[in-house]
Design a protein around this ligand. Structure first.
Ligand code: C2E
Ligand code: CA
Ligand code: CA
Length: 707
């Protein structure tokens, strides 16, 4: 590309002499060189021709015409033009004067045209080379100006610095003055970077090789710029370091862009707090500092309570404003507590607040003495949030749930601590929100197992891992079996037997309870039918209904279908429901209960006495039986209050015309107590634990044999 731009034009030679013969000789000499020849007979003609044709070379036949020579030189377009004069052989004086006037060369009279033609060819070639060089220098300077890059060279012996104009501009050193020195360059360099620059350059000079580094320079107006300087050692003929050559480039914009990118990569756009990535790095750093100093680090996971509601009610803009204000309050809290600890010890790792996204914040307390200090901060945070927020005219109060984990006690790994804090936060939510909880070892295992169970439970029904066991309900007086309570059993191939108290809640939360409930209903009804077909009835089978199942639309239809499918009379099905199930949605519960009653099944109130134990429920809901929770039966021998309560439930049930069933009867003494208070039925290990269907059948056959 440069080649074509620099393509040579035909050289122009101006011949100036009053003598036509001379001019003709010149023309016939130069034209064969490929030059175009123009002529001037006198000074005026010469200047006019020079202006028009811009000659590359001028041949002055009259050496005394010094004035013309000077005039030609002065013209800008011919400043680089070669001027050859013709002088008398021994006229040393006029030769000197011709040079002074700006002549490039001279030839003596008589002119040897052949020799002159060679000379001229050489001069034209030189002129081209010089023009090329000048052009490329200009291009370089131009490129350097665009790139804001200066080049330089330092002589290692004299310590003289040779540099391009752009370097001066980069350093803010005014142009045109005396050459800059390496010392001056250092003086412009920011104090903090001076040593590094000097050391890098000296090392390269000593050992040979290259160096490159970013350093700041301070401009005369105090402005700070970033310069990327790189250099390389040049060797002399002997092979030892002779000079250092390199470039320095203004990279301030790049640095600023980098800083911006770094900021975006490490901060949350909405609150400008550090983000998750940043938090992880800070925590990692704090952990290693704390380890060295034998200190503790606290991580607090904070999740706003019911933030979604605010977003849904007032819109995202208000939600965003709220998050910003929350961020401000949290930062303020942490800064304050950090100030206190850091005035005591300035080396302590700093504390920070980060936003993980959504309404989740993570706090790092860089160094604490006791775990209780984290609790103090947590309380302060809750208090700070409790003050009303004013957002576009709305006054809002915010609660938050906080989970705290402490390193190194709870772990010394970033991932582990984040998980711990999350588990603890979850427990704070479970504990009723707007509170904090410390991480406990069991939390993660619980969470992990729940997740595992949910996955396994999905397949349990298909794989036939679920089974019903039956526990007899017997008459307290005669000890005859009146019915059975169906209880789920899950035998997992590797996990072993998983207790229903563990997997039923998992099934509820995982949305698996419908399918499982259906299985229980169908299986229990099929069993009731089998017993009846063997002539072992009348027997009532009780099935537990979980809260979710009970609230399900069409539960009555499901029950009716299960009964019909197995042609079992509704009289023989009892549904056990806990008090809290009824509490959750009273209106719905009453409606469901009425539909079930219309089908003809009976309903027992399970675990009675543990919940709200409100007697009014017994009146409002058409239940047929109450089951005294086994905790009262367990302690009725030792605890007078429990005994009184159990007795009261029995007598109250009797007055309300309900059947009363005692759960968890394990001893003869307990049985005696129940007999004394005239409880109707009992259930418990004393008579039999829940057993597989075959065993239950065997028990029934044995009973029939006794009759
Ligand atoms: P629950 O309805 O109160 O069931 C009685 C629990 O007491 C059963 O525990 C039973 O094995 C146990 N038990 C019986 N006799 C004694 C005794 O003398 N001493 C002691 N200490 N315990 C006794 P299980 O089978 O572990 O069931 C626990 C809970 O799981 C049940 O409490 C019930 O709420 C739930 N559940 C069990 N099967 C089902 C089901 O099919 N559907 C639903 N929704 N829940 C079920
Ligand atoms: Ca039950
Ligand atoms: Ca119970």
């Amino acid at each position: 590309m440069w080649e074509s731009l620099g393509a040579r034009k035909q050289p122009v030679i101006l011949v100036v002499d009053p003598n036509v013969a001379f001019r003709m000789m010149a023309r016939s000499t130069f034209e064969p060189l490929g030059a175009s020849v123009v002529e001037g007979a006198d000074a005026r003609g010469a200047l006019r021709a020079a202006e028009r044709h811009r000659p590359d070379l001028v041949l002055l036949g009259e050496s005394e015409d010094f004035e013309l020579c000077e005039q030609l030189r002065r013209r800008s377009e011919s400043r680089t033009t070669a001027v050859v004069t013709v002088t008398e052989r021994d006229d040393v004086d006029s030769i000197r004067r011709a040079y002074d006037a700006g002549a490039t060369d001279f030839v003596t009279r008589p002119v040897n045209w052949l020799l002159l033609s060679h000379r001229v060819r050489y001069m034209l070639r030189m002129r081209d080379v010089l023009a090329d060089l000048r052009r490329s220098q200009e291009r370089l300077a131009h490129a350097q100006r665009i790139a804001r890059m200066g080049s330089w060279e330092i002589d290692l012996e004299t310590r003289g610095l040779d540099c391009s104009p752009e370097l001066r501009r980069l350093l803010g050193v005014s142009e045109g003055r005396a050459p800059i020195t390496p010392e001056q360059v250092l003086a412009c360099t920011d104090e903090g970077d001076r040593d590094a620059l000097l050391r890098a350059a000296e090392r390269a000079a000593r050992e040979g090789g290259r160096f490159a580094l970013d350093h700041r320079v301070v401009m005369p107006d105090g402005d700070e710029r970033w310069i990327h300087t790189q250099g390389e050692v040049g060797l002399d003929e002997g092979g030892s370091p002779a000079f250092l050559v390199g470039t320095s480039q203004d990279v301030t914009e790049r640095k600023q862009a980098e800083a911006q990118i770094r900021f975006l990569a490490y901060h949350d756009g909405l609150t400008h707090l550090p983000n998750r990535r940043s938090f992880r790095e800070r925590l990692k750093h704090a952990l290693s500092t704390a380890k060295r100093r034998d200190a503790r680090v606290a991580v607090i996971f904070l999740d706003l309570d019911h933030f979604k509601r605010i977003n849904d009610t007032f819109g995202h803009q208000v939600g965003d404003l709220l998050l910003q204000q929350v961020a401000g309050r949290l930062s303020h809290c942490v800064r304050e507590s950090d100030c206190v600890s850091r005035t005591l010890d300035p080396d302590a790792a700093p504390s920070t607040v980060s936003r993980l996204g959504g309404d989740e914040f993570m706090l790092l307390l860089g160094e604490i003495g006791e775990a209780q200090e984290a609790a103090q901060v947590a309380r302060r945070l809750l208090k700070a949030l409790a003050k009303p927020f004013t957002l576009s005219g709305h006054e809002l109060v915010m609660g938050a749930s906080l989970g705290i984990t402490i390193a190194p006690e709870d772990g010394d790994d970033v991932g582990v601590l984040l998980r711990n804090a999350d588990a603890a936060m979850y427990h704070a939510k479970q504990a009723g929100r707007n509170t904090y909880k410390f991480y406990e070892h069991s939390m993660n295992e619980v969470a992990r197992r729940r997740l595992r169970l949910e996955g396994e439970l999905r397949r349990a029904v298909e794989r036939g891992e679920l089974e019903l066991h039956y526990q007899p309900k017997v008459d307290v007086e005669s000890l005859r079996i009146l019915g059975f309570e169906a209880l789920l059993r899950w035998e997992h191939p590797t996990l072993g037997r998983v207790p229903p108290n563990e997997f039923i809640p998992v099934a509820e939360e995982g949305g698996l309870i419908s399918g499982i409930g259906e299985f229980v209903l169908q299986t229990a009804c099929r069993q009731a039918r089998a017993w009846r077909e063997e002539g072992l009835s009348p027997l009532r089978v009780a099935v537990n209904l979980s809260p979710h199942q009970f609230k399900e639309e069409g539960i009555a239809d499901r029950v009716a279908r299960a009964l019909a499918a197995n042609s079992v009379s509704p009289r023989y099905l009892d549904l056990e429901i806990t008090e809290s199930t009824l509490m959750e949605n009273e209106a719905l519960a009453v409606a469901a209960m009425e539909r079930l009653k219309r089908i003809g099944v009976t309903v027992s109130l399970d675990d009675f006495g543990t919940g709200y134990s409100s007697l009014s429920y017994l009146k409002r809901f058409p239940v047929d039986a109450v089951k005294i929770d086994r905790s009262f039966i367990r302690d009725c021998q030792t605890d007078a209050d429990d005994a009184a309560l159990a007795a009261a439930i029995i007598s109250m049930g009797r007055t309300l015309n309900l059947r009363v069933v005692a759960e968890g009867v394990e001893t003869e003494e307990q049985l005696a107590f129940l007999r004394e208070h005239r409880c109707h039925e009992m259930q418990g290990y004393l008579f039999s634990p829940p057993v597989p269907a075959a065993e239950a059948t065997a028990m029934l056959r044995e009973q029939r044999g006794r009759d």
